[in-house]
Write a protein that binds this ligand. Structure first.
Ligand SMILES: Nc1nc2c(ncn2[C@@H]2O[C@H](COP(=O)(O)OP(=O)(O)O)[C@@H](O)[C@H]2O)c(=O)[nH]1
Ligand SMILES: Nc1ncnc2c1ncn2[C@@H]1O[C@H](COP(=O)(O)OP(=O)(O)O)[C@@H](O)[C@H]1O
Length: 292
């Protein structure tokens, strides 16, 4: 995969964007689209022992190696972390991810445990982005296109169910309905997260988001000194215990049922406790305002 056109000074410090989400949700498609849109990031391929699929080649999207070579890399300490998924080995190259480069970000996709492991090693320099499907039916459709058999599909689905319970571990949630829109959300979301990230270690905290007519307690990872507006955006993105959360897309907040939310105010009420006031400005039953 090629990187974007915009570049920064070679050797500048840069964070690692770890893209996670269920198999088939479109992690690779979103990363590719973001790079094609000119995102200032470089894709860092992992190593895998699985054979290339049609259309794949060395370095895109993986370094394809034999199982013996993979074990040798692991034993030599060249892998940051590794795991077995669907019977194949996957691991991220330590030097490749840690090397200084000419882009603002390194981006790679991983399974959730691998990404969480990297995040614990470099909490300030890793941004964990969870890609969500627009619906279960659509995830199944995409996954079925990748699965080699009914049994393989069943296995992928089980894994997806387990991973989807951990969306609250993410720094950023993105719904991949339209791939170009999701790619823009990845770019703008990472930028916004980076701007608001503090140097303090992450603290588990509870956010309370005040909506019109009620309060929703939202478990979220909040860092001391976080910008309240960004905390509230994340809290809103995570809100909704039984349905897909409100979504961050671009700079706006969108309700999954098609409504659009406006963040009116947000503030830190006491350390680690945030409130936001949000109103619905457009919903399926209330058409969006037309300007001009
Ligand atoms: N832990 C870890 N997981 C990885 C790495 N590279 C890829 N994966 C994950 O391995 C899984 C299988 O990836 P892939 O072969 O592309 O199959 P897919 O699920 O059909 O897209 C996905 O969940 C990837 O995110 C890595 O370096 N480390
Ligand atoms: N927004 C989207 N709308 C429709 N199909 C998509 C979308 N994003 C990805 N896909 C398709 O879903 C399949 C899985 O995408 P891929 O990027 O390989 O997923 P992952 O990397 O998460 O396993 C591919 O066939 C891809 O073209």
């Amino acid at each position: 995969m090629a990187g974007g056109e915009e570049r920064t000074t070679a050797g500048a410090p840069y964070p690692v964007v770890l893209v996670v989400g269920p198999s088939g949700v479109g992690k690779n498609a979103v990363i590719r689209a973001a790079l094609a849109q000119g995102w200032n990031a470089e894709y860092v391929p992992s190593y895998t022992s699985r054979p290339p699929r049609s259309g794949e080649r060395e370095g895109d999207p993986y370094h394809f190696v034999s199982e013996a070579d993979f074990q040798a890399l692991a034993q030599a300490g060249d892998l940051w972390e590794w795991t077995q998924v669907h019977g194949n080995w996957y691991g991220s190259g330590k030097r490749a991810l840690a090397a200084p480069r000419a882009y603002a970000y390194a981006v790679t996709d991983m399974d959730l445990i691998g990404a969480w492991f990297v995040k614990t090693q470099i909490p300030h320099d890793a941004i964990l982005v969870f890609v969500l499907p627009p619906s279960w039916a659509e995830l199944r459709r995409r996954m079925a296109g990748q699965a080699g058999s009914a049994q393989d599909l069943y296995r992928r689905w089980g894994r997806a169910m387990r991973e989807m319970q951990w969306t609250s571990a993410a720094d950023l949630l993105i719904v991949n309905q339209d791939v170009q829109q999701a790619a823009r959300a990845l770019r703008t979301g990472v930028e916004a997260y980076r701007r608001s990230a503090s140097v303090d270690p992450p603290l588990p905290a509870t956010c309370v988001v005040e909506f019109e007519g009620g309060q929703v307690p939202v478990p979220a990872l909040v860092r001391a000194g976080d910008d309240p507006e960004w905390v509230c955006r994340r809290a809103l993105a995570l809100a909704g215990p039984t349905r897909l959360p409100q979504l961050i897309q671009g700079d706006g907040l969108f309700d999954p049922d098609g409504g659009e939310l406006a963040l009116e105010a947000c503030w830190e009420e006491e350390p680690g406790r945030y409130r936001a006031r949000v109103t619905v400005v457009a919903s399926p039953t209330r058409p969006p305002r037309v300007s001009g």
